[in-house]
Ligand binder design. Structure first.
Ligand SMILES: *[C@@H]1O[C@H](CO)[C@@H](O)[C@H](O)[C@H]1NC(C)=O
Ligand SMILES: *[C@@H]1O[C@H](CO)[C@@H](O)[C@H](O)[C@H]1NC(C)=O
Length: 165
């Protein structure tokens, strides 16, 4: 409730000050794309062994998953590789597992919002992708993972009642 009130007053404040008469025309407008477009990259995460970073960034204008060795990032080398090539809704989240080079991400098919979990091994190209959950109409989420058991993750499925996500 407090947030809503704060936002409304902020919008009112903008409208009050940004009238056409007092817009300083020598100050360039912020392009719409910068405010509402895809970020250059986001959700940067380092692998457990600190060798790789993964992040979300556009591939052909759709947010996809990318990886790059950390030492290349530090040397500003342009060696990032896309892991996914989604052209629908894009990739919204992923996690590193505690296994070296193993990422888990969720991706739906053609925007159907049935998030399937995929495992990808990015230690060697071509990246090896395996689907972990592929039941139609069922959403899958990572519930837990532990460094003491790197080879396991716990996945939650809403297969008994699909109202629960
Ligand atoms: C408009 O912006 C320019 C550049 O920032 C500044 O030099 C100028 O003083 C501003 N004019 C007014 C009327 O605020
Ligand atoms: C990932 O790929 C590397 C290189 O092919 C391999 O050595 C490693 O065992 C793979 N990891 C898993 C968990 O499959």
């Amino acid at each position: 409730m407090l947030i809503a009130i704060a936002l409304i007053s902020a919008i009112c404040a903008c409208q009050a000050t940004a009238t056409p008469e007092n817009v300083n025309s020598s100050v360039p407008l912020i392009p719409r794309k910068k405010l509402f477009g895809n970020p250059d990259f986001t959700y940067v995460r380092m692998s457990a062994d600190a060798k790789l970073i993964a992040y979300l960034a556009p591939y052909k204008d759709v947010i996809n998953l990318w990886v790059q060795p950390l030492d290349h990032v530090l040397k500003k080398q342009q060696t990032a590789k896309p892991v996914t090539f989604d052209q629908g809704r894009g990739i919204e989240n992923f996690q590193w597992t505690y296994m070296p080079g193993i990422l888990i991400y969720s991706q739906d098919k053609d925007g159907d919002e049935n998030w399937r979990l995929w495992k990808v091994n990015v230690t060697q190209e071509p990246f090896e992708v395996t689907v972990l959950s592929d039941t139609k109409g069922v959403q899958a989420n990572i519930e837990s993972k532990k460094p003491s058991h790197p080879e396991y993750i716990i996945i939650g499925l809403n297969d008994r009642d699909q109202r629960h996500v």
